[in-house]
Design a protein around this ligand. Structure first.
Ligand SMILES: [Ca+2]
Ligand SMILES: [Ca+2]
Length: 278
């Protein structure tokens, strides 16, 4: 996926395309489905909700099936509960993670990162309404949850070998000359999307976050990548429970309408199949 799509990943310049995209998405998905995906992305969790019905839930496919109790259960306090920066992967209840991973097919280690990142951003920015399913949908589309090109996601959240996309040299993508001197993407001529959430170096530089509490922001570590994605999606005071804001946030990741559609479909599907309360 990294190399075949026509536009770069997270951080590319935004284009004023969202209105036609909205129309396209509504035509393809149906207005109800789109609203569901948006709010999923929201309901998705408001950091912790898996598809929790909200004011917009009347249009959601999962409406009525999971109820307002679809909040992700928090993990019991552990020995590291008082550490300054707890790992996001430990925030969601392990039982919820296991059940939801089985229901959705998302690797449990990746799901723990997505859910925990959504829970963390809910604490910092509750008005964003980011759902775990939106992060999971992006992780799926970007890298198959860290499995693209033979990569594997280890229990510590590290993805190896490193995931690095094709050169964004304008031949089949937008043109993004080097911004990092190759320090993140290994390419001193062009920029490339890196890691399981596929950040281009300039975006990573502006939003890089430490999700596993080791004091480092590492683009190929799933907790760090998921938390960074959460912060990036929630930038500009977006309210992802609103379809227009959700679409704009996904467009900031990748402005392709086809990309937006794929993420919307995956987010909707994840909300349908996962996130049942414990
Ligand atoms: Ca570069
Ligand atoms: Ca880290």
């Amino acid at each position: 996926m990294t190399g075949s799509r026509p536009v770069p990943r997270a951080g590319q310049p935004k284009a004023r395309w969202w209105l036609p995209s909205l129309i396209v998405l509504m035509a393809i998905l149906g207005a109800g489905c789109l609203a569901a995906a948006a709010y999923i992305g929201t309901g998705a969790d408001s950091s912790a909700r898996a598809a929790a019905p909200s004011a917009a839930s009347g249009a959601g496919p999962q409406s009525g099936s999971q109820g307002s109790s679809a909040t992700i259960p928090a993990a019991a306090p552990g020995p590291d509960a008082n550490t300054p920066v707890p790992a996001v992967s430990g925030l969601a209840d392990p039982g919820w993670v296991a059940r939801t991973a089985e229901a959705t097919g998302i690797p449990d280690r990746a799901l723990a990162a997505y859910a925990g990142a959504a829970m963390a951003i809910r604490g910092d920015q509750p008005s964003c309404g980011l759902g775990w399913n939106t992060l999971a949908a992006i992780g799926l589309v970007e890298s198959g949850h860290g499995s693209i090109n033979g990569a594997q996601l280890a229990s510590d959240g590290q993805v190896s070998p490193r995931i690095v996309g094709i050169a964004l040299d304008g031949s089949t993508t937008d043109t993004i000359p080097d911004t990092d001197d190759g320090s993140l993407d290994g390419d001193p001529e062009w920029d490339r999307a890196v890691g399981p959430m596929q950040f281009i170096p300039s975006t990573w530089a502006g939003h890089a976050s430490d999700g596993n509490g080791d004091g480092q922001a590492e683009v190929n570590q799933i907790d760090d990548a998921a938390l960074t994605a959460a912060k990036y999606l929630c930038a500009s005071a977006r309210d992802l429970t609103q379809p227009a804001d959700w679409i704009t946030a996904i467009a900031a990741y990748n402005r392709s309408a086809e990309y937006n559609q794929r993420v919307a479909e995956a987010a909707t599907q994840y909300a349908r199949t996962g996130g049942a309360p414990g």
